[in-house]
Design a protein around this ligand. Structure first.
Ligand SMILES: Nc1ncnc2c1ncn2[C@@H]1O[C@H](COP(=O)(O)OP(=O)(O)OP(=O)(O)O)[C@@H](O)[C@H]1O
Length: 389
């Protein structure tokens, strides 16, 4: 098992990871999700002893990585598939790694077979495609037949067949009772691969729950309702009736309404009672990707000037002023579509009560104001950590 407690990493004034606490258990694939720059790689490097935490700790089987007896046989990792001596043959690269860790040479041929690189074993890896490089990195992770495996974005650059292969490999490794921790920024991929999810944004824990719970908590049902385009007053009348009945009503770009919190027959009855004709009444489900975007939207470092909601929540049509809509909590404020970021109070996402990773509200939050000035850093720099690899 991997266990992080209050894990924090600062690079000078930059807080990359803040007060992360979570457990990664054996026997299941645990997905580690977060937008770019959210701190996934930093966390993985701390798990592997390549970066030292500024505060808190992380252990594998009860030991910090650097104190783990025979670590290469217990823990395998794919961090950066490009970190390979390109001049070496694939097999030689693995042989070198095996020799360093006292792993028998026959294991090299076994893992080359597992990842499907046996036919190119004598080729120099600098001629490898991105996908072949990923496979070689995965082979290196599997060399010591470890019980604990960490994969940082393992499907990057893979074609659909490669993605399916990685997905099945992760599942079969977990089914053998291993601890499998896989980072990704793709919710859709993790929903298919992982059973448990740890979601972070700006280095902080946003969710720690099973995929099943995530789906039921976040795939909210809603209805699309459309009144005759030629009669805008009908739309307003229906909006008022639905809101009064406890529904949440949002405008869609094509003039339809998105209604949450009311069943379809009830919407139909309310429309009938209000004497409003309907052109459309259809059931929908918010996608997981949408829920994930919503969850991480307040915690994205790099944001396009184009609204990221485009394509998820349709934009208001010209002339459809928000004030003509019923009051929706937060609607009209910047980022209304996103849940409040943690520092605004409260945990916006469904977290199991007493979850080990629930953010500690009492602790000072470095994102709430100006980033705290750390003393000139004695910590490892990126180059240090790359050299340590
Ligand atoms: N050595 C370093 N020095 C300074 N800042 C760093 C260093 N390493 C990471 N960071 C910063 O810490 C934050 C977290 O980075 P990290 O690479 O862990 O995120 P990530 O979730 O893995 O992102 P991605 O999905 O893009 O790989 C980023 O803002 C990054 O710029």
């Amino acid at each position: 098992m991997i266990e992080a407690v209050g894990l924090t990493k600062r690079y000078g004034a930059k807080t990359a990871v803040y007060n992360l606490s979570f457990q990664v258990r054996p026997g299941t694939v645990t997905g580690f999700l977060g937008p770019n720059g959210s701190g996934k790689s930093t966390t993985m490097r701390m798990i592997l002893g390549l970066d030292a935490p500024t505060a808190g700790q992380v252990t594998i089987g009860g030991y910090p990585y650097r104190k783990l007896p025979n670590a290469p046989r217990q823990v395998g990792a794919l961090l950066d598939a490009k970190a390979v001596h390109g001049g070496r043959h694939a097999r030689n690269h693995l042989l070198c790694l095996a020799q360093l860790s006292g792993i028998p040479a026959r294991r090299v041929d076994e893992v080359l077979g597992v990842v499907g690189l046996q036919d190119v074993a004598k080729k120099r890896s600098k001629g490898f495609s991105l996908g072949m490089g990923q496979r070689l990195g995965i082979a290196a992770a599997l060399l010591g037949d470890p019980q604990v495996l960490l994969f940082d974005e393992p499907v990057n650059g893979l074609d659909p067949e490669g993605i399916l292969w990685v997905r099945n490999l992760m599942k079969s490794l977990a089914a053998e009772g291993r601890t499998v921790f896989v980072s990704s920024h793709l919710m859709s991929e993790m929903a298919l691969t992982a059973e448990h999810l740890i979601v972070i944004g700006r280095g902080q824990l946003l969710a720690d729950m099973s995929v099943r719970d995530f789906i039921s908590a976040n795939s909210a049902d809603f209805a699309r309702v459309r009144t005759p385009d030629t009669e805008p007053q009908q739309r307003e009348k229906l909006t008022a009736a639905l809101t009064e009945a406890g529904g949440q009503v949002l405008p869609e770009a094509d003039g339809a309404l998105r209604v949450m919190g009311l069943a379809l027959p009830r919407i139909s009855d309310l429309a009938h009672d209000a004497d409003v004709r309907l052109w459309e009444l259809s059931p929908h489900q918010a996608s997981l990707e949408e829920a994930y975007m919503r969850m991480t939207q307040g915690a994205v470092d790099y944001r396009s000037t184009v609204d990221p909601r485009a394509g998820l929540q349709e934009q208001l049509p010209p002339g459809a002023a928000p004030q003509s809509q019923p009051p929706v909590p937060g609607h009209g404020q910047p980022g209304w579509y996103a849940p409040p970021p943690p520092q605004q109070g409260g945990q916006p996402f469904a977290m199991p009560q007493g979850a080990p990773g629930a953010p500690a509200g009492a602790q000072p939050n470095p994102y709430a104001g100006a980033a705290p000035q750390a003393p000139a850093s004695p910590e490892m720099t990126k180059r240090d950590s790359e050299e340590a690899r």
